[in-house]
Design a protein around this ligand. Structure first.
Ligand code: NDP
Length: 450
């Protein structure tokens, strides 16, 4: 244990940690630009896949030649009642599973307002039942396994509509009917509030958690189902499924099962513990995630790549190593905190910094910052491991087009920005003990480099 852990903490930071309380005009403009740009980007990807042989640059050139308005009118995805009803059914089914399937009761992280909320982790069961129904129905010939792929255009409209409506509702609820007023933030900018969210943990009643449901269920349960459907689409087109499709779907499958298997851990990650529920999470998890995270399979179904045996094995080895680090780093933090540091990692006594923080009710709480294991290698080794997996996923599509690499570039920006946000928050929460941690573990993400 470090020296600092043994000493009493003199300065305790005020509970200013959490998302920004006030929005500057730069933040407001930034939020506006993101809300306008990211849905456009999502649609451009679809247009490029459908009409421009998977080339985003060709689509952009056409948009600039035709003019953006004409281009948008000519290519905008069409509404489909069938897809809209199908998506409504999907949401109700997942809401039913979330509300009624048995699960383990688990605790989130203490909020700035001092609440310690409970969640029912039943995502793995919901995921399994959904997949048994869909794959079983396909094998029995009752449904076309490629139906999601074939209705993708209409589904794009449906998920976008829902994502926007949900974000508007979340903002309205945050202003007028907050579940936990002590944990809400009103920045003074309606646009920034729309983007970043007002409420931390909006709920229906005591238990039905808006954020927990939307972050995991409609998007992440769908992720592997979408993969399966695009693989079936590829099979129907080509008469076979390529190894590249199988490998990327397998990486996704591992990632998704890991998420639901460790749903209890997820309640203590930044999404649930610190991010407020606004457009970023509402639209992001219901719309952006299922559309962007599945780009590789959407691309491969139309433009297959053929990997050699050596390439396949190299990608598998790299991606699985990334996964092993990801899981181990994420496990270590929870494991050590649950044992209050009285345990070993990698065969040695755990090293950590003990710290305290206060919540807005004035109460003092204890925590610890791990300085050994992966958390002693770099401050976000779990992000580095996530990027290794993202790289392996995208590399299954080859190196000829940018579009299927969007996921890797997006994750690099997201995780870099997240590390900045997180460290700012940790600094205001733990003060000099965070500085001591940064001194002991100088690398942010990639050890020895950055
Ligand atoms: P982390 O799980 O990395 O949690 C960060 C928090 O851990 C900090 O806010 C702090 O919270 C605590 N902490 C920081 N340093 C230490 C330490 N040394 N010892 C103990 N606790 C520490 O954050 P994320 O939620 O961002 O990531 C979780 C996983 O999800 C990552 O593997 C990430 O790659 C992945 N992810 C995936 C995304 C995707 O879209 N695929 C998106 C975002 C994340 P506290 O207040 O508790 O001290």
């Amino acid at each position: 244990m470090s020296d600092v852990s043994a000493t009493a903490i003199v300065e305790i930071t005020a509970p200013t940690w959490g998302r920004a309380s006030k929005a500057s005009w730069e933040k407001t403009i930034g939020a506006f630009l993101i809300v306008a740009a990211v849905p456009t980007w999502l649609h451009m990807n679809w247009i490029a896949l459908e009409q421009y042989n998977g080339s985003i640059t060709a689509a952009l050139r056409a948009a600039s030649a035709e003019g953006p308005i004409t281009f948008a009118f000519r290519h905008f995805p069409q509404f489909s009642l069938q897809a809209m009803l199908g998506y409504a059914f999907w949401l109700l089914l997942q809401a039913f599973f979330y509300g009624y399937l048995p699960g383990t009761l688990c605790y989130g992280q203490r909020t700035p307002g001092g609440h310690l909320l409970t969640y029912t982790a039943n995502g793995l069961l919901a995921w399994a039942i959904t997949h048994v129904l869909f794959i079983g129905g396909s094998v029995a010939g009752m449904i076309d396994p490629a139906m999601i792929a074939k209705h993708w255009e209409g589904l794009l409209v449906a998920v976008n509509t829902y994502g926007f409506v949900l974000a508007i509702l979340a903002q309205w609820k945050g202003y007028w009917a907050p579940s936990f007023p002590e944990d809400r933030k009103i920045s003074g900018s309606v646009i920034f509030d729309f983007w970043a969210g007002v409420e931390l943990n909006p709920r229906f009643g005591k238990y039905w958690d808006f954020k927990f449901f939307h972050n995991g269920r409609p998007g992440i349960v769908a992720w592997t189902l979408i993969d399966f459907s695009w693989a079936a689409y590829q099979y129907q087109r080509l008469g076979h499924v390529t190894w590249s499709m199988i490998i990327v779907s397998m990486f996704h499958l591992i990632y998704v099962i890991d998420f639901f298997y460790n749903e209890d851990w997820y309640t203590r990650t930044i999404d649930i513990s610190h991010d407020h529920f606004g457009f970023m999470l509402a639209w992001g998890d219901t719309t952006f995630l299922p559309c962007l995270y599945t780009l590789q399979v959407q691309y491969l179904a139309r433009y297959p790549t053929y990997l050699s045996r050596t390439q396949s094995l190299a990608l598998l080895a790299f991606g699985l190593t990334g996964y092993a680090i990801f899981r181990s780093a994420n496990f270590q933090r929870d494991y050590v905190r649950a044992r209050d540091g009285k345990c070993q990692l990698w065969g040695k006594q755990v090293q950590f910094i003990r710290c305290k923080y206060t919540t807005s009710d004035g109460k003092e709480h204890q925590s610890l910052l791990l300085t050994s294991g992966w958390w002693g290698v770099s401050r976000h080794a779990n992000y580095m491991a996530d990027l290794m997996q993202a790289w392996a996923m995208c590399a299954t599509c080859g190196f000829t087009h940018f579009l299927p690499w969007s996921y890797f570039f997006f994750m690099s920006i997201l995780l870099y920005h997240r590390s900045l946000r997180d460290e700012k928050r940790c600094h205001s929460k733990y003060g000099k003990h965070w500085e001591e941690y940064c001194r002991q573990v100088p690398y942010r993400i990639v050890p020895g480099i950055f």
